[in-house]
Design a protein around this ligand. Sequence first.
Ligand code: NAD
Length: 503
Amino acid sequence: MAQKTDVKIQAVHQKLDDIQLYINGQFVDGEAGTTFENVNPFTNDVINQVAEGRREDIDKAVTAAKKAFDEGPWGSMKLKERMTYIDRIADLIDEEIEEIAILESLDTGLPISQTRKMTARAAENFRFYSRMVQSIHYESYPVDNEFINYTVYKPLGVVGLITPWNSPLMLSTWKVAPALATGNTVILKPAELAPLTANKLAAIIDKAGLPEGVFNVVHGFGETAGASLVAHPDVAAISFTGETVTGSTIIKNAADNLKKTSMELGGKSPLIVFDDADLDRALDAAVWGIFSFNGERCTANSRVFLHKNIKDKFIEALKQRVQNIRIGDPMDPSTQLGPLIDKGHYNKVTGYIELAKEEGCEVFQGEVPEDVKAGNFVPPTLLLNARNDMRVCQEEIFGPVMAVIEFETEEEVIRMANDVKYGLAGYVWTNDIKRGHRVAQAVDAGMLWVNAQNVRDLRIPFGGTKYSGIGREGGHYAILEFYTEPKVIHVSISDHHIPQFGK
Ligand code: NAD
């Protein structure tokens, strides 16, 4: 079957049992009985068949989730008890990190050294929200000696979570953990290109003993299963992570029944290196920031702006790194870059590399080893002599491709960094503390890092501005601003004046 590129490979590429939907505490086939193929990005062999959910399966899942919310014990159980379930999910993920990481690498082509960490992070997401929900305090507004007004935050009901294929488990747990911890019931619609770990999560939640209907997984395509979830009148909110165009479609469809939405969308994030920066650390961060997760990373620094005084030196160092990045089998612990998710995405990314040549870039790439050519590999790629107004600098490529742009002044680089429709993340490298803050505050993006790679603090508001998203999740933002509805209760503590009409 698959090629083994290194003796250190610990897992093999294999066929797996077919997977089903998880509805009302049961693994079931889709009502229509149809399935779709799940393909391994390293071999392009079929891994298994996946039950295809459609409108009728979404209807079934929503009915179960609504019943679990309205009549079940989940929302009304004591907080501590609900959190023991959430902590148990975290423990069960931790117990199976290796198996889950293998599934994730098999499904996505992400290197196992990275999926192990992502899986540990998925467990931490549950623990974090268990702690966070227990520590949230509400407001009260005393009004003279007449009233006390106080807020409570109520779960929304049934929430729909629609997730992408890059880092599927970790990204879905950013949503599943706060949604469940706050007492909602959930329908997860995972990406059709990477469905395996969603079923693993369902199996874990089943083992953790959550009441039936509280958590459901419906596989299927965006236009059918996803759209039906968005359109369903009993679904109170949709949290979506994915492409900007899909997000826009979902907002339009959700408008019909005034559904609450949260949008985590695409990016084209700048990394700016001034000539006084610690160049070694900036280099490490720039290379990791674009080539980790196979370049399929929403916060990737796909545009790197180099000050003209250090540009040549920095590019030489980048070229060396690009040639040395270890490309190979995602199951090999020494692999740093694996294959892209599927042939369609491979064609998109390689199409952009051809476009870069037409637009006048010099393309510099690493080399894909002969023995892994069955996979969807794109080598680490630098687009040199790029200009910010080129399409390859304006559009999200979502692969291991970094455009390199020269700048001279602070004003110029801020203008270029902001001259793009996206606004997800940004990175500034300088040893001038005032400039670091100044530039970080001037770049239009939801998340900026100064002299740092993308280290994620789970407490921060995560999300973007412009075409990169609407709203924030993460930290208490997910709890107070998305997965709950604030309600204010006004209580009179005196005989305040009430007009006596008609007396
Ligand atoms: P995608 O938009 O193609 O698909 C995401 C999900 O939406 C899938 O589950 C898909 O089935 C579903 N979907 C598609 N059409 C739908 C519709 N009409 N109604 C309802 N659901 C629908 O995205 P993708 O290709 O899976 O993921 C890559 C994209 O995700 C990139 O643009 C990346 O930047 C973005 N992303 C953003 C973040 C963030 O936090 N901002 C994180 C990760 C990925």
